[in-house]
Design a protein around this ligand. Structure first.
Ligand code: SF4
Length: 316
């Protein structure tokens, strides 16, 4: 039996258990647009004359985010929009996703800037991993290099492009997982920083991060990107393996199946207690890294420590 849209009785493309509604393609896509616009408005994510740089990866979430912001910009025209891709240098993965990102930016007519590990740091991620394996027996996982250096370069890239806001394609699942992961690890400050919208700015050298997709579940970002026929890649990174985060994800998904609305409740509840937590937690003092001058709470930032590790062996 075909399930009908709760609004117009056409065939539904999705059943939202957490709302008790079914929606057809038209009503599903207009609801996604409405929700994202509401998130941007409520959290005052974009102001007049802002330059918004969207961090894109070639994947479905960032494709949808860029599309929705472009649609918004076409109507309102009061902000600038550009895209930034970090090319870590991962063979058979980033080369493929980069092509999809280029196709997307061409289709949407958005300028794309690419910053690469190799050009900035002298090594691609593949080369760093080889050095790590050979000289350190894989003590540091590729995702630690990748995550740290990507965040570092995204911030530098956005700043060099003159961005007022750096838009990140984190969806509801990412938000709920980040909150629970940091909660289980007992890292409250990190949880507060990650969940804050706009991002917790401790220093003007950090470009303000915004997350307009934070109210959209991952299943829906995938469906919307497919229905909109956006170019994106589903290829998985060869280094992926975060067992702990994976367990948290499976646990939240199991709870969501049994108790629809769990993901929203995790994020909403955390939003409510966040102001109290912020009063309790004193943010650490921000210094300038003695090597690169970028902001850090240490003497040497984590990016420089990792780069030193590979440079020491890789320059031989
Ligand atoms: Fe980087 Fe790890 Fe993600 Fe691959 S899985 S893109 S190495 S963070």
């Amino acid at each position: 039996m075909t399930i009908k849209c709760s609004k117009c009785r056409n065939a539904a493309v999705i059943v939202r258990k957490y709302e008790g509604k079914a929606l057809c393609k038209h009503h599903f896509l207009s609801d996604i647009k409405r929700k994202v616009s509401r998130t941007i408005r409520i959290h005052k994510m974009i102001r007049r004359k802002d330059k918004v740089v969207v961090g894109i990866s070639g994947g479905k979430d960032s494709a949808l985010l860029l599309y929705l912001l472009k649609e918004k910009q076409k109507k309102q025209r009061h902000f600038e929009l550009e895209a930034l891709l970090i090319d870590e240098g991962i063979r058979n993965y980033r080369d493929h996703t980069k092509k999809k990102a280029e196709e997307l930016c061409e289709l949407l007519n958005v300028p794309l800037h690419v910053f690469s590990f190799k050009k900035r740091f002298g090594f691609s991620l593949d080369e760093m991993v080889k050095i790590e394996k050979k000289y350190y027996g894989y003590e540091v996982h590729p995702c630690t290099y990748c995550g740290t250096l990507r965040r570092y370069l995204l911030n530098i890239g956005a700043r060099e492009l003159g961005a007022d806001k750096l838009a990140i394609a984190h969806n509801l699942d990412d938000e709920a997982q980040a909150i629970m992961t940091n909660y289980v690890r007992g890292d409250l400050l990190r949880a507060v920083r990650i969940a804050y919208v706009p991002y917790f700015v401790e220093d003007e050298r950090f470009v303000v991060r915004i997350k307009p997709l934070r109210d959209i579940p991952e299943k829906e970002t995938t469906l919307a990107a497919l229905l909109l026929n956006l170019p994106f890649s589903l290829r998985e990174c060869p280094y992926v393996s975060d067992a702990f985060r994976g367990e948290i994800r499976d646990m939240i998904n199991a709870l969501e199946d049994k108790y629809p609305g769990t993901k929203y409740n995790i994020v909403r509840t955390f939003d409510k207690i966040r102001p109290a937590l912020m009063n309790m937690i004193k943010p650490s003092k921000i210094n300038a890294c003695i090597k690169c001058k970028e902001p850090t709470s240490q003497k040497v930032c984590k990016a420089c420590s990792l780069l030193e590790r590979v440079r020491e062996k890789g320059m031989r």
